[in-house]
Design a binder for this molecule. Structure first.
Ligand SMILES: Nc1ncnc2c1ncn2[C@@H]1O[C@H](COP(=O)(O)OP(=O)(O)OP(=O)(O)O)[C@@H](O)[C@H]1O
Length: 346
């Protein structure tokens, strides 16, 4: 189901946790809410669920205004970071719960509930464990049960609040891949909160980057990574460097010399040049380049990250090179040029 968040403001005791947030979630989409702690991700998720009500603004489920509807009426599937499974129920009973407690005509016959729960356990790859209790499962298995339980009621929207946050790195990675596969098979409209950029970029159809109670950018993983629209997004997603430069006659100048990068159309004055560590190429000499001394070097997977001191107490710059290129460098004179970059003013 399509969900439309329209000009939402949420205050807690006059403290604005969200200001004027609008977001259109397409039916069947997997959306990540990504941002630092306190940026308002969980508040937005709880508003969609109906666990909080907005101070201003509306939330539509399809064409219907859901703002005044309860959590039950919205028919939401929710998975929290800390598996909220019922400890005294078996895995099968946990997954069946949402259907068993339905009243009257909406409750399927017993045999159907059992069949559906077993199908879901098969989907989350836990067949055979239906008689176990939550304490007899690993953290990752418990989260898979929580997801099966959330999906059992055929929710309009599936909301996941840092579902893998409490798990170790390898399990997180496996579950990420698995969640994407499940989503592709079931097609539930899904919103998940994370502060892990890798998780958001790898999993989501679109990423909503939040900061200080507002949306900074909405885009596909490629758009937010390759074309960040603000210094905040550039700095928050992936690694980045920032250099203060001068623009003069459409030319970018650093330390009094031209970098040979074309900024035609930009007015003269100071600007911040942002670029990623891997978007650089080495230069033979310092001419038309940024030059510095290597102060440290570390291997990260297939590349080497080199930290450069570019003088005058400026923040260090990090560049990323294939090890074969990095190993040929003269530590005392490293010169490079950004190959992809973006200017921000003000
Ligand atoms: N019930 C509440 N009462 C008062 N303030 C609240 C309440 N819930 C959230 N806030 C405040 O609203 C802001 C946004 O909180 P929220 O939990 O939505 O952020 P978040 O991005 O999910 O953070 P985290 O990643 O740490 O969970 C924070 O400043 C928080 O202190």
């Amino acid at each position: 189901m399509e969900v439309r968040v329209q000009n939402i403001r949420k205050e807690f005791d006059r403290f604005p946790a969200l200001h004027d947030v609008s977001l259109d979630i397409r039916s069947g989409e997997l959306i990540a809410l990504l941002g630092p702690s306190g940026s308002g991700k969980t508040t937005l998720l709880r508003l969609i669920a109906g666990l909080e009500s907005p101070t201003e603004g509306k939330i539509f489920f399809g064409e219907e205004d859901a703002s005044k509807k309860s959590v039950q009426q919205r028919n939401i599937g929710f998975v929290f970071q800390h598996y909220a499974l019922f400890r005294y129920m078996t895995v099968l009973e946990n997954v069946s719960f949402g259907l068993k407690v339905r009243n009257g005509a909406r409750r399927p016959p017993k045999a159907d509930i059992r069949r559906r729960a077993l199908e879901l356990l098969d989907l989350v790859q836990l067949s055979g464990l239906e008689k176990r209790y939550p304490a007899q499962l690993s953290g990752g298995q418990r989260q898979r049960v929580a997801l099966a339980r959330a999906m059992a009621v055929e929710p309009n929207v599936l909301l996941l609040d840092e579902p893998f946050g409490a798990l170790d790195a390898q399990v997180r990675k496996d579950l990420r891949k698995w969640l994407r596969e499940i989503h592709d098979r079931t097609g539930h409209t899904t919103v998940f909160v994370t502060h892990d950029q890798d998780e958001a970029l790898e999993l989501a159809d679109r990423v909503v980057v939040m900061s200080q109670g507002a949306i900074e950018q909405i885009g596909t993983p490629d758009e937010v990574y390759d074309n960040p629209n603000s210094p905040f997004v550039f700095g928050f997603i992936g690694q980045s460097n920032c250099l203060q430069v001068e623009i003069s006659d459409g030319d970018i100048r650093f330390d009094g010399r031209s970098l040979g990068l074309n900024a035609s159309g930009e007015s003269d004055g100071t600007a911040q040049l942002y670029f990623r560590p891997h978007d650089v190429r080495l230069c033979e000499s310092a001419e038309n380049c940024i030059a510095g001394q290597s102060v440290s070097s570390r291997r990260v997977a297939g590349t080497r990250h080199i930290e450069l001191d570019i003088g005058n107490d400026r923040p260090h710059i990090e560049i990323e090179l294939p090890p074969s290129e990095a190993d040929r460098l003269d530590r005392n004179r490293v010169a490079f040029k950004p190959t992809r970059w973006k200017l921000f003013r003000g």
